[in-house]
Design a protein around this ligand. Structure first.
Ligand SMILES: [Zn+2]
Length: 301
């Protein structure tokens, strides 16, 4: 039987896309099973994104292409390709990010959405396996709900340049980004700071990035894009192991707890290889759920 009390992880079967083999569009159901087994999380369906929420970040012609599949180049600009229910899937998945941020803001406790494929999407198109920038949409929702300072902590292996492009000039948004790949890199702005790290200094770089955040106690909510693709078996950097990712998640959630900051987090990147199957990816994602529950004072069952 599924637990009825615990921390909220947003998910709905509609996050996944019929016929899509790509991890971004199917791994969430495997992660859901692991999260339920943990015993400290409840799975809830979010409200899907509205057209108005998408249009606050993306161009109308891109949204229309996602609905119709035409023009094909634009509709499949995420790099995965277009599917008849791609738009439905990303509206549900993006809605989960928004609802996770709003719940974290209101309830002041960790929340999650089993969403991925977010941070490279730009106003005019998808990119890098990302279709709709649910991170940017969720930041706007938090600001509209009264948050004054919203921090995006992006520790996916790849840089969050799409989010910076979507939120350029939006007061209250800031991003701290530690990546192990230069894909989607951007020049630092007054709101966004990027550092490219490597296996030897990875945890130190994450710790330094967290330490560099000024007056963390004034942040209203943290949106953590918790990609596990820095892992050496997921296309990341040789030397970043499962233990490294576990210690990273402990660093993040202990830093947040020490500063009394609610964190909403997403799955983000994590890919199969000859050394990592879908279950192995789900195990890596589960590390964030465990660290979040532990930092919230919930004991493992
Ligand atoms: Zn990535």
């Amino acid at each position: 039987m599924e637990p009825t009390t615990g921390l909220t992880a947003f998910f709905d079967d509609r996050y996944t896309t019929d016929g899509a083999e790509f991890e971004t569009l199917r791994k969430s159901s495997t992660v859901r099973d692991r999260v339920l087994d943990d015993g400290r999380w409840v799975i809830r369906s979010p409200r899907p994104l509205t057209e108005a929420e998408v249009l606050a970040v993306h161009d109308r012609c891109y949204l229309e292409a996602l609905g119709s599949g035409d023009p094909a180049g634009l509709a499949g600009s995420n790099g995965i390709g277009w599917y008849p229910n791609l738009l439905e899937a990303v509206l549900w998945s993006g809605g989960g990010v928004r609802d996770a941020v709003l719940e974290a803001l209101q309830e002041r406790r960790p929340t999650a959405s089993l969403s991925s494929g977010l941070h490279h999407a730009r106003p005019e198109s998808g990119a890098g396996y990302c279709t709709i920038n649910g991170i940017a949409i969720a930041v706007r929702a938090a600001l509209a709900a009264g948050a004054v300072r919203v921090l995006v902590l992006d520790l996916d292996a790849h840089c969050g340049g799409g989010t910076v492009a979507c939120l350029e000039g939006v007061a209250g948004f800031e991003q701290v980004d530690v990546s192990t790949s230069g894909y989607d890199a951007y020049e630092d702005t007054s709101a966004a700071a990027l550092r490219i790290s490597s296996a030897g200094t990875y945890l130190d770089d994450v710790a330094r990035a967290l330490d560099s955040i000024s007056r963390p106690g004034t942040i209203d909510v943290v949106l953590y894009n918790a990609g596990v693709d820095p892992h050496e078996a997921s296309g990341g950097a040789a030397g970043i192991t499962t233990d490294t990712i576990a210690r990273r998640e402990a660093l993040v959630f202990e830093w947040a707890a020490a500063n009394d900051l609610p964190v909403a987090f997403t799955l983000a990147g994590g890919y199969r290889s000859s050394r990592l199957d879908l279950g192995g990816i789900a195990d890596l994602h589960l590390l964030a759920f465990r660290a979040a529950a532990q930092a919230a004072g919930l004991r493992a069952a």
